[in-house]
Design a protein around this ligand. Structure first.
Ligand SMILES: NC(=O)c1ccc[n+]([C@@H]2O[C@H](COP(=O)([O-])OP(=O)(O)OC[C@H]3O[C@@H](n4cnc5c(N)ncnc54)[C@H](OP(=O)(O)O)[C@@H]3O)[C@@H](O)[C@H]2O)c1
Length: 315
């Protein structure tokens, strides 16, 4: 009894001598509990994401720049202890620099293999998996990101070379990469295979615009291929997913204007475009859902965009 009285005395002194009222104490207690719950749920979802990537081998095409480069960093940050990244593009130096950056940032837990690969060359793609060292062949995630746009010409003035490079890279390259890696996925597990294919499409594949007919057609082809493939693989554990960015500031527009940086900058004037990191976060999110969850189709805009040509520019 004396102990109980003592507790009562201390508690009432605390309550009545404190500037805090009972409701405010309650509010603080509830707020603290909510924050703790939110923190622990954020921690557990980060832990779950890391666990789902553990031991996996991820292939990223077009990893030398922009979205592909950011995807490599985001995968490494999400699972810094046990991951293999195969980074491919034509610019080998940029891949090697990225590999060094990843090593500096997360250490040796992420093994990185830079591979020079031009996806528009069917022979190179055909030899890709066979050319990997044995311990790198167990690929679990393919991010088909390599892609480009050339020019703003309208028919009938579109250069044949531009038509060819856009289709060879964005469409044939993506399809060939998928066909090269699918046998690895199909040989995994007992349910017809397992693995993730994440194709980077575009708003341009959903809403064609003047001056972008070939690029738009190529991204519409990516969309059709992706949707058909998901149907073909429905009896397997192979997830086929597409992420369609809106306006993202990368080297994309510099490539479109054949290296003219001032024309490229004008594309983003008065806008607040997405960053490649924004798209990388979505790519890693879809790759780290529970095995039975397929985030089949995602469209990502910056807040000033509501369609392919619907952009609010601050004057
Ligand atoms: N930026 C946007 O607004 C936007 C919007 C929607 C969709 N996308 C799509 O996002 C993807 C990435 O573009 P990004 O914005 O990050 O542009 P980016 O900065 O120009 O990066 C493009 C990447 O693709 C690679 N690539 C180009 N041709 C290749 C080839 N033949 N073989 C292998 N790699 C090749 C480039 O590497 P190398 O030059 O070293 O080969 C580079 O790493 C593309 O599929 C693009 O269509 C971009």
């Amino acid at each position: 009894m004396p102990t109980l009285r003592r507790i009562y005395q201390v508690t009432s002194r605390l309550i009545f001598s404190s500037p805090l009222t009972i409701p405010s104490l309650l509010t603080r207690t509830i707020a603290t509990a909510t924050t703790t719950r939110a923190m622990s749920s954020a921690m557990s979802s980060a832990t779950a994401a890391a666990k789902r990537l553990q031991g996996k081998t991820v292939v990223i095409t077009g990893a030398s720049s922009g979205i592909g480069r950011s995807c490599a960093l985001e995968f490494a940050r999400t699972q810094p202890h046990d991951l293999r990244l195969i980074l491919t593009a034509r610019r080998e130096d940029a891949l090697r620099e990225l590999a060094a950056q990843i090593r500096d940032e997360v250490g040796d837990g992420v093994k990185v293999l830079p591979v020079k690969l031009d996806v528009s060359k069917p022979d190179e793609v055909r030899g890709f998996v066979g050319g990997l060292p044995e311990e790198w062949r167990d690929i679990g995630v393919l991010v088909n990101n390599a892609g480009l746009v050339k020019g703003v010409a309208k028919a009938p003035e579109i250069a044949e070379a531009d038509i060819a490079v856009m289709f060879d890279t964005n469409v044939t390259g993506l399809i060939n990469m998928t066909q090269a890696i699918l046998p690895v996925f199909k040989a995994r597990g007992t349910e017809g295979g397992a693995g993730d294919i994440i194709n980077i499409g575009s708003i341009a594949g959903r809403e064609p615009y003047a001056g972008g007919s070939i690029y738009c057609a190529s991204k519409a082809a990516v969309r059709a291929f992706t949707d058909a493939l998901r149907r073909e693989l429905v009896a397997t554990r192979i997830r086929v997913m597409e992420v369609d960015p809106g306006q993202v500031e990368t080297e994309f527009s510099v490539v479109r204007f054949y290296g003219d940086k001032s024309k490229a900058d004008a594309v983003y004037a008065g806008c607040d475009p997405l960053t490649p990191e924004d798209i990388a976060e979505v790519v890693v999110f879809v790759a780290t859902r529970r095995e039975n969850v397929v985030v089949a189709d995602t469209l990502v805009y910056p807040s000033h965009q509501a369609g392919a040509g619907v952009l609010h520019r601050k004057s």
